[in-house]
Ligand binder design. Sequence first.
Ligand code: NIG
Ligand code: FE
Length: 413
Amino acid sequence: MRATLLKNIDQLVNVREDDVLLRGNALAALPIISKAWLLVEDGRIIDYGPMDAMSKTLPAGCDAIDLTGRLVLPAWCDSHTHLVFAASREEEFVDKIKGLSYAQIAAKGGGILNSAAKLKDASEDELFQAAWKRLEQISKMGTGAVEIKSGYGLSTQGELKMLRVIKKLKEKSNVLVKATFLGAHTYPLQFKNDHQGYIRLIIDEMLPRIAEEKLADYVDVFCEEGFFSPIETVQICQAAKQYGLKPKLHANQLHCSGGVQAGVAVNALSVDHLESLDDHAIQALSNATTIGTMLPNAAFFLRMQYPLARKLIDTGAAVALASDYNPGSSPSGNMNLVVAMGCIKMRMLPEEAINAATINGAFAMELQNEVGSIRRGKRANLIITAPVNSIAYLPYSFGENWIDQVMLNGGFV
Ligand code: NIG
Ligand code: FE
């Protein structure tokens, strides 16, 4: 592959010799090189530095691109999505405008069960085509790595179908993909009054098949009142751990339901949502290895309280930002908007929000050695902005498309 030299970059953002999971004050430190160059070869970041020290002998036939006035950032790392689904659900959106709550819509047979019914009729190929379009769309908006969950199958066949689609996306896309098994998203109707019956199906039938076909990297459970209790969550996580699947949980979305504490107890990689936090949950996350992933677009879309980002950061929790792209609670995979929401609605500093959506997001997918910062040897997954004055302009100008180009694996999208 040809080499590409990016030169006269106004600010090269999030440059790190070494990556650590950021928490507390460290989250606000966003290392930048002003007036920089960066060399990409064979899809990787080879070297970089300040322009006045560009002594490197450049590879023959290297394309040089002048980026005067522009910023270069690592591409977004979106560590929580459900972007494989059969159909949108704008009819529920209208019901919500009319005043129905998320729980009322679920009780009407809407919500997750609605998506499950639609997924049942879709072929693997149809699901793949639709998800592929969404992946292309988010890559144009700057996402270079993404976690994708199952959870609209809710039967062995349905969950395997979704996970096979995710596997195919992983194999074919330039976006780096991680797969999460979310069989425990809700109870299918026939198991409404037999929770243990469905949990046995997950543990005895789904997990062994998924492990055999190597279809998942992680396991997820919707730990929530009316869905899976903390005890049921721990039961499923412990069974999944036998197959090497670490938990990444839906926790504390609608209620203070003990999901965060259950996640920390099973050493989850992340606990996600966190709209409903009490002191116990905040305490459990402070200095924990478990990452607290906040999904402000879901809070925005459902008109809910936003996660208490400031409190989490100030008590030493490691936080990430993700989109929750799904047809019910966040029909957008736009990480630029997520970062803006983090700043506008959750009072994160632009530096904190960018770190949470890049390097900490990479940690929340265990991809910190591949993506999430500008480091020699990492994938050249980069966002190149239009001419802008500062990094604060990015979340400030919410809704404006300030991305000029996205590079994934060294090639322009
Ligand atoms: O992350 N809360 C659970 N799951 C999704 C919503 C799923 C849906 O409504 O389809 C979420 O918000
Ligand atoms: Fe989700």
